[in-house]
Ligand binder design. Structure first.
Ligand code: UDP
Ligand code: MG
Length: 315
């Protein structure tokens, strides 16, 4: 019998966990030819999420929990689940039911009968998200689509069913700054896409705010493109050329008109402008440098406080 591992990152989700369990339990009954494993990853929740997970684990042997020592972020939670799961087919799902479990049978069919390695989902609308977030996301995909060689599908969710082979390749990429949407795409494999209408959260509130999203977007860009570095070099060259032209202009003007002391306001503006550009470019380099710094330190991606999972299947 094939086993399906479902990884569920949870951060302050005490209201959503029971609703999610109810739903996934229903679906698992319809899929009686498969064994299941539900891995709830408690990403340092401050509410009763951990207690609820343990209660579920007592009631249902298929429920596993991983308790982090603090909040490490959804990427770390997904990675921990991938490392510790033991299924033949593996997926991650949001606990807020925004990734509909009802798509599972179709996804399984894609792998077992249609020969895909991975069945991924993308939402066709962004219903339920704020106007600002919709706009921001749209621009992010436009930019990264242009500057990254790795394909990023707009609206792609982390909800995708993968074969053990694909998951093993992802686990072996142990980078600290993880941007899973990019990693999934980077490893390749034959992927089928399923569209669905975006669902509203069943309970609780979104864990993302503007700064979290912004730094996540930066992780995506810095992790999967070096275009900003090239752009900053090009800007540097353009400014060299402009200053060269201005120097010639000033020399000629001085030769013709003499040297009247004027032009201080414009000079100050130019200094401000150019030094702004310089700082901006140093900032870009700094972004890459900070990522390198974090990678080199080799700190763990997550720290487990307690879990009921006995051993890692994958080494
Ligand atoms: N999540 C997490 N750690 C975090 C933030 C979020 O494990 O630091 C989980 C969260 O509990 C949920 C999933 O990641 O299961 C997606 O989060 P959310 O629904 O807030 O994101 P959105 O749907 O708004 O993109
Ligand atoms: Mg959500």
């Amino acid at each position: 019998m094939k086993k399906i591992s479902i990884i569920i990152p949870c951060y302050n989700e005490e209201e959503a966990i029971p609703l999610f369990y109810e739903e996934i339990n229903k679906i698992s009954k319809d899929l009686e030819n498969y064994e299941f494993e539900f891995i709830f990853v408690n990403d340092g929740s401050k509410d009763k999420s951990a207690i609820i997970m343990k209660k579920l684990a007592k009631k249902d042997k298929r429920v596993k929990f991983i308790n982090f020592s603090r909040n490490f972020g959804k990427e770390a939670a997904m990675y921990a689940g991938l490392e510790l799961c033991s299924g033949d087919f593996i997926t991650t799902m949001d606990v807020d039911l925004q990734d509909p479990p009802s798509l599972l049978p179709e996804m399984i069919n894609g792998i077992t009968n249609e020969g895909y390695d991975c069945v991924a989902t993308k939402s066709t609308s962004r219903k339920g998200y704020s106007f600002f977030r919709k706009l921001f996301t749209k621009w992010f995909y436009k930019i990264i689509g242009k500057i990254s060689k790795t394909e990023m599908i707009p609206g792609a969710r982390d909800y995708r069913l993968m074969t053990r082979q694909m998951v093993n390749t992802i686990i072996n990429m142990k980078e600290y700054n993880r941007y899973s949407k990019g990693l999934f795409s980077f490893v390749g494999f034959k992927t089928k896409w399923i569209d669905f209408e975006n669902q509203e959260r069943v309970a609780g509130t979104t864990k993302w705010n503007f700064w979290k999203l912004f730094s996540y977007a930066l992780d995506g860009i810095v992790g999967f493109s070096t275009a900003p570095l090239i752009i900053s070099s090009i800007v540097g060259i353009i400014f060299c050329l402009i200053s060269f032209i201005i120097i010639i202009f000033i020399i000629i003007r001085t030769l013709i008109l003499g040297d009247p002391t004027s032009g201080w306001p414009s000079l100050v503006c130019i200094i401000f402008f150019v030094s702004g550009i310089q700082l901006f470019c140093i900032g870009i380099i700094g972004q890459y440098l900070s990522k390198v710094y974090l990678e080199v330190k080799g700190r763990p991606i997550y720290i487990i406080k307690e879990t009921n999972i006995k051993e890692k299947k994958h080494e």
